[in-house]
Structure formats: structure tokens, C-alpha cells
Design a protein around this ligand. Structure first.
Ligand code: PBG
Length: 326
């Protein structure tokens, strides 16, 4: 008797029936950049196909994504001027706050708005926290991050995503939001965020490259895996509702380990460098962009992610609709 198991690949129907990984546009989040000004719609040179908007044009970006079936967005802001303490981040009339108000007015609850809570786009030195004696000062930064989160929520943010990697951020945000009466607003925390060279194109897009030093004192060393789990547990203890692993492709092992260790939903951030790399290789004719995009995204879900933050959100939603993935 032949007891070999079959490969279950003899027909397209069978292959699709037995796919282990499913994707839905519901699990995609699309990042959008908003800068100060009006009438702005500029393509980002380091992120081909991605557009930087101003608060009055950003609805075009939202509209295009909603049209493709993407309902969730992650906002980053670029203020006109920066200062030592990143005041633009928690300015009630800041660039992200203005964008949120405009979008909420038009789309109400059709678009789910997530905001990145960090100071690096708003500080003159480009670091994610305040500087004291030439170093990033963790604890004095926390109240400013809470203030930023509250002003985002007041302007219409549905969920806040602290990305600055300051210890105690989640607790500070939870306390601040609760005290402000925003007890129902969830926190999606960048718990495992590596000091990665893959953020290069983003720093061009957001104008947030550090002016001195690097982020290695607060972002994680990519030699370390257990440390990611430690941070995920710490953030959960402080009240994180969703945790982010970032970047995605170099961290599939972290996603997989995190999946086994935490009941929280896991979001993987496929960062700017991952996107730019595929774009550049495709432009040279070295790879098929569409297929690489599909395979990479599915790989992240197969590793255990529940949510994918990606610059390819619209194209992936389309690929899912066509049945090429999912
Ligand atoms: C800012 C922040 C960064 C990214 C998201 N939030 C940059 C950084 O830490 O330098 C990177 C996103 C990307 O590369 O797509 N704290």
C-alpha cells in the first residue's frame, strides 16, 4: 500500500482550498506623509509611487486607498519648522492634527486613523526624545509623548502608535489618555523596533535623520532576539493593545517567536527600505515587482503577523481582490 501523502497541488481549486495563509485588505495599514503647506502633492524620490501631501490634499491619498479597499492609515507629519523640544508634535494646530480633522470631517468612521507618536520629525536634532547633556533623555520625553497622543486623539485619531522606543511610553500614554477621558483609544506599540538601516528612505521622506549620533541607544540591536520578547512583554504589561515588529522581512523569526509568546495582535511594519529595495530592483529589471510584493507580504503573515503596515497596501488589496494572494 502506498501511504505517501499527496502534495495537494494538482489543481488550482485544490491549491487554493489548502492555502495555509489567508490575507484580507482588513489587515493592511497604509502609511501617509503630511507636510505643512497647501496644495502639496509631491512624489517622494526615495519612495517611488508614494506621495507627500499637505493637510488640504491628504484626502486624495485616503480616497485612493479606500477605493482600493484599504481602510486603515498611519500618519506621519513634517512641520514647517523644528525646534529642540519638538513642539510641532503636540501643537493642536500641527500638521497631523489638521490632516486628521479634515479627514474625519469627510470620512467619519469609514477610515480608521492611526497616528505615529514620536518627536523625531519635529525636533531640530532629529532624535526621538529630548536631549540633555548630549544624550536622549528618556523620562522628560514621556510627558511630551502623552501630550502628543492626546492632541492626536482630540483631532480624530482612532489609535496611537508610539514609535520612539522610550522606556515607559505605553504606560505614560495610557495614563494620559485615560486621564483625558479617552479610555477606549487603543495603543499600538512599536515594541520590537530595531536600529535598522532599512529606515533610510523614510528619514528622507520625513526629514528625520538624526543630526548627530544614531538611534542605537534607544532602538534595538539586531543581534538580539530575546530582547524583543522582553520588550513585548514589558509593553503588554504597560497596557499595549497591539504590538509592532519592525522591520518585517529581516525579523520574521521575531514575528514567529512573538506569535508563540503573546496573545496580542502582532503588526509587522514592512518599512521604507523594504519597499524601496523592491522598487529599485524592479526598475533595473532584476525582479518581478508584483510577485515579490505578494510573496513578501504572505511570508510576513505566514510567520505569524495579524496586521501588515506597508507602502504596498493599495496594490496588495488589489492582489487579494484578484485572488493572486489570500
Ligand atoms: C520614527 C519612525 C521611523 C519609522 C517609523 N517611525 C524612523 C526611525 O525610527 O528612524 C520608519 C518607517 C519606515 O522606514 O518606513 N520614529
Amino acid at each position: 500500500m502506498d501511504i505517501r501523502t499527496r502534495r495537494l497541488r494538482s489543481s488550482e481549486t485544490l491549491r487554493r482550498m489548502t492555502r495555509e495563509t489567508r490575507m484580507s485588505p482588513d489587515s493592511l495599514i497604509y502609511p501617509l506623509f503630511v507636510r505643512e503647506g497647501s496644495g502639496v502633492e509631491e512624489e517622494l524620490p526615495s519612495l517611488p509611487g508614494q506621495i507627500r501631501y499637505s493637510p488640504d490634499t491628504v484626502e486624495k491619498g485616503v480616497d485612493a486607498a479606500l477605493g482600493a479597499g484599504v481602510r486603515s492609515f498611519l500618519f506621519f507629519g513634517l512641520p514647517a519648522s523644528k525646534d529642540e523640544s519638538g513642539a510641532g508634535a503636540y501643537d493642536d494646530n500641527g500638521v497631523v492634527q489638521q490632516a486628521l480633522r479634515n479627514i474625519k470631517k469627510t470620512y467619519k468612521n469609514d477610515a480608521f486613523l492611526v497616528t505615529d507618536v514620536c518627536l523625531c520629525e519635529y525636533t531640530s536634532h532629529g532624535h526621538c526624545g529630548l536631549i540633555a547633556d548630549g544624550e536622549v533623555d528618556n523620562d522628560t520625553t514621556l510627558p511630551l509623548l502623552a501630550k502628543t497622543a492626546i492632541s492626536h486623539v482630540q483631532a480624530g485619531s482612532d489609535m496611537v502608535a508610539p514609535s520612539g522606543m522610550m522606556d515607559g511610553t505605553v504606560a505614560a500614554l495610557r495614563e494620559g489618555l485615560d486621564a483625558g477621558g479617552y479610555t477606549g483609544v487603543p495603543i499600538m506599540s512599536y515594541a520590537a523596533k530595531y536600529a535598522s538601516a532599512f529606515y533610510g528612505p523614510f528619514r528622507d521622506a520625513a526629514g528625520s535623520a538624526p543630526q548627530f549620533g544614531d538611534r542605537k541607544t534607544y532602538q534595538m540591536d539586531w543581534h538580539n532576539g530575546r530582547e524583543a520578547l522582553k520588550r513585548i512583554h514589558a509593553d503588554r504589561g504597560e497596557g499595549a493593545d497591539i504590538i509592532i515588529v519592525k522591520p518585517a522581512l529581516p525579523c520574521l523569526d521575531i514575528i514567529s517567536k512573538a506569535r508563540a509568546e503573546t496573545p496580542l495582535p502582532i503588526a509587522a511594519y514592512s518599512v521604507s527600505g523594504e519597499y524601496a529595495m523592491v522598487k529599485a530592483a524592479a526598475a533595473c529589471g532584476y525582479m518581478d515587482e508584483y510577485k515579490v510584493m505578494c510573496e513578501s507580504a504572505v511570508g510576513v503573515f505566514r510567520a505569524g503577523a495579524d496586521i501588515l503596515i506597508t507602502y504596498y497596501a493599495k496594490e496588495l488589496a488589489e492582489a487579494i481582490r484578484k485572488g493572486d494572494i489570500g
